[in-house]
Ligand binder design. Structure first.
Ligand SMILES: C[S@@+](CC[C@H](N)C(=O)[O-])C[C@H]1O[C@@H](n2cnc3c(N)ncnc32)[C@H](O)[C@@H]1O
Length: 231
């Protein structure tokens, strides 16, 4: 993989339209809810979702706090097209396909860009929270570092980082389950995550208070939720 290419949402061999049904098998509602709990968006916040893919997390965060500015960034126009349709399908104050009425949720803003270009795409020092789910395991180690550095640059001082991704696979069952992801996304990029590299990379990017705040066992391996802040 060259420096500017990326692994698409559903991996190297499957079309983007298969992504949402597959990720639904990963206890998605549980771990996305935990991410939203840690992001805890406030009305004036600017929240940036890096590698937002088909937009499920950005749409959820906008539902949690409609007055927050939520910006989804992804290099894949096909994934962003799904995200736009998904956001447009959310009724006022409701969920896609739901019927509830209430405060219009509005939609996230969508921007095309790679994670390592984040500061140029969104603006250095502009974000209160940067969040990212299931992205770094798809990136080569130099790109993981570059994306984390760009996240740091994009956050304001005191801003919050929330990352949900495959982390250290601590049991034989989780290592076995994670092989499905390794098949789809390649071993070279995914194995460092399984070996537990992320907390070190997050700290080396300049973040403080780096914590593995949650772990969720799924049929595709153990997901970790890392939180940190910019000094
Ligand atoms: C597995 S999908 C996760 C999508 C979404 N965050 C979610 O939770 O469903 C990974 C996404 O990361 C994007 N991606 C891959 N490499 C990236 C990079 N270097 N910078 C930003 N996004 C990247 C892909 O285009 C894809 O949409």
């Amino acid at each position: 993989m060259d420096e500017r290419s990326f692994t698409p949402a559903a991996g190297r061999f499957a079309p983007v339209r298969l992504y949402d049904p597959v990720v639904a098998l990963t206890r998605e509602r549980l771990w996305r809810s935990l991410v939203a709990m840690h992001v805890a968006p406030r009305p004036e916040d600017v929240v940036v979702d890096v590698g937002c893919g088909t937009g499920s997390l950005a749409v959820l965060l906008k539902r949690v706090e409609p007055r927050a500015t939520v910006i989804g960034v992804d290099p894949d126009p096909e994934a962003l097209a799904v995200a736009r349709r998904k956001a447009a399908a959310v009724p006022a104050g409701g969920t896609p396909g739901g019927t509830s009425a209430g405060t219009p949720a509005g939609t996230p803003e969508w921007r095309t860009g790679m994670g390592d270009d984040l500061a140029a795409v969104v603006g250095a020092g502009t974000a209160d929270t940067v969040v990212s789910s299931l992205v770094l395991h798809q990136c080569p180690v130099p790109m993981k570092r570059a994306v984390l550095a760009a996240m740091h640059e994009t956050l304001r001082p005191g801003g919050k980082l929330v990352i949900a991704d495959y982390g250290k696979q601590r049991t034989a069952a989780m290592r076995l389950a994670f092989r499905f992801v390794q098949l789809a996304d390649g071993k070279a990029d995914t194995q460092p995550n399984a070996d537990g590299i992320l907390p070190r990379l997050i700290a080396e990017a300049g973040f403080q208070d780096v914590r593995e705040s949650e772990t969720v066992a799924t049929v595709t391996g153990s997901l970790s939720l890392y939180t940190a802040s910019k000094p």
